[in-house]
Design a protein around this ligand. Structure first.
Ligand code: ADP
Length: 618
């Protein structure tokens, strides 16, 4: 070999081989390890240039002395034994930075022709990157294992078709109500209660199919704390396959959703209870969204209409309305949606069993608010008020007829009474004349009540006519006040901020309103002595106020006093007579005159009624 090298290979070729080798190489001479040669790869490892040639290794890399390299090299030099370092850590200072590197290397003795050791050859490969990535992998493997072990979700691995529990993390053991002693056992032995449940069969199938199995809200009955309990899981069985595609184990991951499922079941049960409740009601109960699209109707509705749940109920309801009322209902509904206020409206719906026959219903709906304060749905009802409406019509008809029939004899009675009164006065019988005068007064009172009933009938039939003309408003007020003053012990004070002058309206009807407000003020202030009346001009409108110091009106009743037949019930009521129609009629008159009427009041302190009517006809 030697002769072959000497004879055939030039010195230059050897140097080229040396310098181009993919490994780092160097030759150290003598026992002071003088660097004879070092290829560029070795110089790079050292972080030095060619100037190091001819100098001692420990002179250029003093940091490796403490790392035991002097002893190693000296040992090789002395004994001739090769030293191999595998993934050996070395700290080197390069560019002023001290860092850890890793090498596979060989220190081998170099002999002369007399077989005497003359130096040491170094061959090294840097494996720093490999070691660091191995380390990282280890760390991440460790972290992953730790993560799985400590995972909040139950995880287990079953191996072979016999389903040995290869691995089960803490959560899975807790789920099973078992400890680590089950690891290594067959699943069916560790959890005998699984017999008769689908899990073992499903797992064994996966060895045949090789397919992942996943299930949601699956019920599992497990013996935990000594008793069989029901749990619910979302879980998956994932096959782990060898490179040849064979299933060798199954990874089982699960999420315990027992609480969630139980809560859901409870909500469903509660919902069912409410549905049953709604279904048992004779009224029609429904829900709808903000657009008025019906989302639920109770069973009574389906029975009544003979429709099915598949039909569009929103369209059905619309088709049952009188065409001319649809617009009005929509308008009211839109206003309620805009203001998030309850919807209340009476309208007719066609009788499903008798085409062309309509029944009256009271439609009501209240907004349901979500947690963020927005309306998420409306809950509503339709109540059949047809009979009530019929009775109401009967009552109105009766009142109309009765008051009309009473009016005629009453008019005669008034005439006869006046006749008797005049005769008695003439006959010089003042005592009996006075009785006749009282009779006359009571007849006036009765006439007033009957007139109220007649007015209501007229209003309802839309027959209340206004005979409008121009008259002096201030004069009218004076007249009515004077008339009221004659029969009242209260002092009626009138104050004016300037004259109102002429007004175009129904003089008689306006005087009726003024008289009604003043007589109420007197009637409802039994313990007061004064009533204050005032008039003034308000932006081209005649304004009339009556202020009393009487019982007042509770705040929640204020909006109702203008309703038909409304009388405030309560312990104080019994002393005040009346039909509860005066303010209703007054409000109707003012409305038709194009004005407004309103009230402010403090219970126990008194009330202030006010109306305004335009001075001129628009
Ligand atoms: P009534 O014939 O009962 O007086 P009204 O329609 O005139 O009927 O009034 C309706 C209800 O409003 C009365 O029953 C009463 O409870 C209340 N009310 C009206 N005016 C007054 C007032 N000035 N003070 C207190 N309550 C009043």
């Amino acid at each position: 070999m030697k002769s072959f090298l000497e004879q055939n290979i030039s010195q230059d070729s050897l140097i080229t081989l040396f310098s181009q080798a993919p490994v780092a190489m160097s030759l150290l001479a003598g026992d002071d390890f003088i660097i004879q040669s070092a290829n560029p790869q070795m110089l790079e490892i050292w972080g030095k240039g060619t100037s190091v040639i001819g100098r001692s290794l420990f002179e250029i890399l003093p940091e490796i002395i403490e790392q035991g390299f002097r002893e190693i090299l000296e040992n090789v030099y002395r004994t001739g034994e090769i030293f191999k370092g595998n993934k050996w850590p070395v700290f080197l200072e390069k560019d002023g930075k001290y860092d850890e590197y890793f090498f596979d290397f060989i220190f081998a003795p170099v002999f002369n022709d007399d077989k005497k050791i003359k130096g040491i050859s170094i061959v090294a490969t840097e494996v720093t990157d490999q070691i660091l990535s191995e380390r990282k992998l280890k760390e991440s493997e460790y972290r992953f294992e730790h993560l799985i072990k400590k995972s909040d979700y139950p995880i287990a691995i079953y191996s072979t078709e016999d389903l040995y529990i290869e691995f089960a993390n803490e959560k899975m053991l807790k789920t099973w109500g078992k400890d680590v002693s089950v690891i290594g056992m067959k699943l069916e032995d560790a959890l005998p209660e699984l017999e008769g449940q689908p899990f073992i069969g499903l797992l064994k199938d996966i060895f045949k199919t090789g397919e992942t199995y996943a299930s949601k809200e699956a019920r599992a009955d497990l013996i935990v704390d000594g008793k069989l309990q029901t749990f619910y899981y979302d879980f998956s069985y994932k096959p782990l396959k060898s490179p040849t595609g064979e299933v060798y184990a199954i990874l089982n991951m699960a999420v315990d959703i027992t609480d969630l499922v139980l809560a859901k079941k409870e909500i469903q049960e509660r919902e069912k209870k409410f549905r049953d409740l709604a279904d048992s009601m004779p009224q029609f109960v429904w829900t709808c969204d903000n657009r008025g699209e019906i989302t639920y109707m109770n069973k009574s509705w389906y029975r009544y209409t003979g429709s099915s749940e598949n039909e569009n109920q929103t369209s059905l309801v619309k088709s049952m309305m009188r065409p001319e009322t649809i617009g009005k209902v929509d308008q009211t509904w839109e206003e309620c949606v805009r203001t998030n206020t309850p919807f209340v409206m009476e309208y007719e719906l066609e009788d499903p069993t008798q085409k062309g026959n309509y029944r009256w219903f009271l439609g009501r709906a209240i907004p349901n608010f979500s947690e963020n304060g927005e309306v998420n749905q409306w809950t509503g009802t339709f109540t059949d008020i047809n009979e009530f409406k019929q009775l109401e019509t009967q009552k109105d008809n009766f009142l109309g007829i009765a008051s009309h029939e009473l009016k005629t004899p009453l008019t005669s009675l008034k005439l006869y009474t006046q006749f008797i009164k005049n005769n008695l006065e003439k006959a010089g019988d003042p005592k009996n004349a006075n009785v006749a005068r009282r009779m006359d007064y009571q007849i006036d009172f009765l006439t007033g009540l009957i007139n109220e009933l007649l007015d209501v009938t007229k209003i309802q039939k839309g027959q209340m006519q206004l005979n409008e003309s121009t008259f002096d408003f201030d004069k009218l007020v004076d007249e009515v006040v004077e008339e009221q003053q004659m029969t009242s012990r209260h002092k009626l004070f009138v104050s004016r901020s300037g004259a109102i002058g002429e007004v175009f309206a129904d003089r008689h009807r306006i005087s009726q309103v003024i008289a009604n407000l003043i007589s109420n003020a007197i009637k409802y202030s039994p313990n007061a002595d004064e009533v204050h009346i005032s008039t003034n001009l308000y932006e081209d409108q005649a304004q009339f106020n009556v202020r009393d110091f009487g019982i007042g009106i509770p705040e929640d009743k204020l909006s109702k006093v203008f309703e038909q037949y409304y009388r405030i019930s309560g312990s104080k009521d019994y002393t005040f007579s009346g039909l509860g129609l005066g303010l209703y009629i007054s409000a109707e008159i003012i409305k038709r005159t194009g004005g407004e009427i309103f009230v402010s009041s403090v219970e126990g302190e008194g009330s202030d009624f006010c109306f305004r009517i335009p001075k001129y006809k628009n």
